[in-house]
Design a protein around this ligand. Structure first.
Ligand SMILES: Nc1ccn([C@@H]2O[C@H](COP(=O)(O)OP(=O)(O)OP(=O)(O)O)[C@@H](O)[C@H]2O)c(=O)n1
Ligand SMILES: C[C@](O)(CO)[C@H](O)COP(=O)(O)O
Length: 219
């Protein structure tokens, strides 16, 4: 994103990205507690009123997203059964709605199979060769863009993430680790509003979605 403010503390519609994401999770009836992985030098989280909620815990994160996720999962395992289900969410996805969380939880619990929110790819997708030319056109009917939350049993996810990191494998989401461990992962339709804020224009886009939601308009 550039700039001096860490992405999770950029503001949209009067709240930081982290606060929007946290509020959505806390408003979802299925969520019992939330553990937030913070940067070791984080100086801002303590000022967030929602962090006073007794259901919220914090832990020091790691160098990469996967390290932060594993730190939070291991902290959670100190006070929750490894059989319980856990959802991992990006602070950088502030457009999450409590209803999205419940849709994922319902699908996962109905089939007792881990799953993720995801959006079908709507463009024609090309794979490039090393010269920047098209090597192939992919079959988009099989392609989805992974979102978060991603929901798996706590113990299985810790084992899968630890295994992947020990082997030096890159896992950019939790499903990747579960796939490497040979576990099935179901795809549950996510909303366009649940985008990952990655470039400055995404802030305006997510503000638009949040404004429509606040006015009760369809997404
Ligand atoms: N060491 C890290 C790196 C990222 N994240 C979190 O992982 C989520 C998704 O990562 P991404 O959007 O890629 O965040 P950054 O790497 O922080 O940002 P960018 O790629 O835009 O530089 C974000 O909510 C971010 O806060 C984390 O917890 N620990
Ligand atoms: C987990 C994720 O949001 C799925 O799309 C994404 O992979 C995280 O972002 P990153 O840029 O890969 O860290």
């Amino acid at each position: 994103m550039g700039g001096d403010t860490p992405k999770q503390y950029l503001e949209v519609a009067g709240l930081s990205l982290l606060e929007h994401s946290l509020a959505a999770l806390l408003a979802a009836p299925s969520i019992a507690s939330v553990t937030i992985a913070l940067h070791p030098q984080d100086g801002r989280a303590a000022d967030i009123p929602l962090l006073q909620d007794p259901r919220v815990h914090t832990v020091i994160g790691g160098d990469e997203r996967a390290d932060s996720v594993l730190a939070a999962l291991q902290d959670l395992a100190n006070r929750a059964s490894t059989d319980c289900w856990v959802l991992v969410h990006d602070a950088a996805r502030p457009g999450l709605a409590p209803g999205d969380v419940e849709r994922l939880v319902d699908a996962v619990t109905a089939r007792q199979r881990g799953g993720i929110l995801a959006e079908p790819v709507v463009d024609t997708v090309k794979r490039s060769d090393s010269n920047g030319c098209v090597a192939a056109t992919l079959d988009r009917t099989e392609l989805w863009r992974a979102q978060t939350p991603q929901m798996f049993p706590l113990g299985e996810l810790i084992a899968a993430m630890s295994g992947a990191l020990k082997e030096g494998l890159t896992v950019t989401d939790e499903a990747s680790a579960m796939e490497l461990a040979g576990q099935p992962v179901q795809l549950v339709a996510g909303a366009a509003a649940n985008l990952k804020v990655t470039v400055p224009a995404d802030l305006e886009l997510v503000a638009w979605y949040l404004d429509r939601r606040a006015k009760g308009e369809e997404e």
